[in-house]
Design a protein around this ligand. Structure first.
Ligand code: NAP
Length: 314
């Protein structure tokens, strides 16, 4: 599908050509959102692969080259790299341009980027709540953001025209857009994404360390729920390290609450409180139904996560 409506922006620069960066580029190209797409990635082999895949007009290992003359620069590297990227490209940014990102945490990104932003350049952080457990330029596909939420967290006093352009940008590449403060974003995502990942990393780690059950048995009998955790626990280690280091407070707060509820469940099992267990499991089942009804999940066996072209390297 290619879009013939007028281009929203001139040059789109993407710094970091992994799953998210390449998906934005594919979607922007397919839906005619930008005049041209400049990509930068720290890794030469990624740059070579971007050229082969053909979703960028220019590719460089130097973020300054991509940022020069760009109307919109989106940071798509792991969150921990944002401070050094903004420092490198700041002198290149043209007045009136917009800097954005896709980081899974927002308060830390605002603190890292805002102090280095040149005057006249807008900063409108974003978080597309969409992804797979795969990484790298081959993992991207144009449909990744279709019907998925993208949360914008504009700092106080942000230019309304820049916010509106970012809303249009994400809508044009398929997303539903919501605006919230960085702090609220971090709290919401701590419970909906970060703590669930931590639990998955923990349960898979515990199973791997068990002495009474062999690793072969863990793999052989994984269908009983464990397999779904392994999908989450296969997520990119650099990205998730950065998320936990940069959303420490919200994650610890939600973990405190989680531990209390886990202790309550432990008590129900110990005292044979079947009614309590049944009541909780009925409520949790209704939440899953709500997610499916709102189109944020499919009942399909692969959870509807793989786009048509995403299976090529996975
Ligand atoms: P990814 O597939 O690992 O891609 C990141 C790319 O950035 C890699 O090619 C990496 O190169 C490159 N990179 C690292 N440091 C860089 C730097 N200083 N300058 C330029 N490029 C650099 O990661 P991703 O899944 O796309 O995630 C990227 C961002 O999206 C993260 O901030 C994450 O929080 C956010 N996000 C991810 C998801 C998800 O499900 N994956 C969802 C929403 C948001 P090397 O491989 O050589 O290090």
């Amino acid at each position: 599908m290619s879009d013939s409506s007028p281009k929203l922006i001139g040059r789109l620069a993407i710094i970091g050509a992994g799953l998210i960066g390449s998906s934005i580029a594919w979607a922007a190209r397919q839906r005619g959102v930008a005049e041209d797409i400049a990509v930068a990635d720290a890794s030469l082999s990624v740059c070579d692969r971007v050229l082969e895949l053909g979703f960028a007009d220019t590719v460089s290992t130097d973020p300054r080259q991509a940022a020069a003359e760009a109307d919109l620069v989106i940071f798509c590297a792991p969150v921990g790299a944002n401070a050094s990227i903004i420092q490198a490209i700041a002198p290149q940014l043209k007045a009136g341009s917009i800097v954005s990102d896709v980081g899974s945490v927002k308060s830390a990104v605002v603190s890292a980027v805002l102090p280095h932003l040149p005057p006249g350049v807008h900063f409108i952080p974003a978080h597309p709540v969409a992804g797979t457990e795969f990484s790298g330029p081959d993992a991207g596909f144009a449909e990744l953001f279709d019907n998925r939420w993208c949360i914008l967290t504009p700092p106080e006093g942000a230019d309304p025209a820049a916010v509106s352009l970012m809303q249009d940008f994400w809508s044009r590449i398929g997303s539903r857009v919501e605006i919230m403060s960085p702090g609220h974003h971090d709290l919401v995502l701590a419970i909906t994404s970060h703590v669930p990942h931590l639990i998955a990393y923990n349960i898979v780690g515990t199973a791997a360390d068990l002495e009474a059950v062999t690793q072969t048995e863990v793999i052989k009998f994984s269908a009983g729920g464990f397999r779904d955790f392994t999908r989450i626990a296969a997520s990119d280690p650099t990205m998730w390290r950065d998320i936990f280091l940069n959303n420490k407070e919200a994650v610890l707060e939600m973990l405190g609450r989680f531990n209390e509820d886990l202790a309550a469940l432990q008590r129900m099992i110990r005292w044979g409180d079947g009614d309590g267990l049944f009541e909780l499991f009925t409520r949790t089942r209704a939440i899953r139904r709500g997610i499916i009804e709102q189109g944020q999940e499919t009942p399909a066996a692969d959870f509807g996560r793989r786009g048509p072209s995403s299976s090529k390297t996975q």
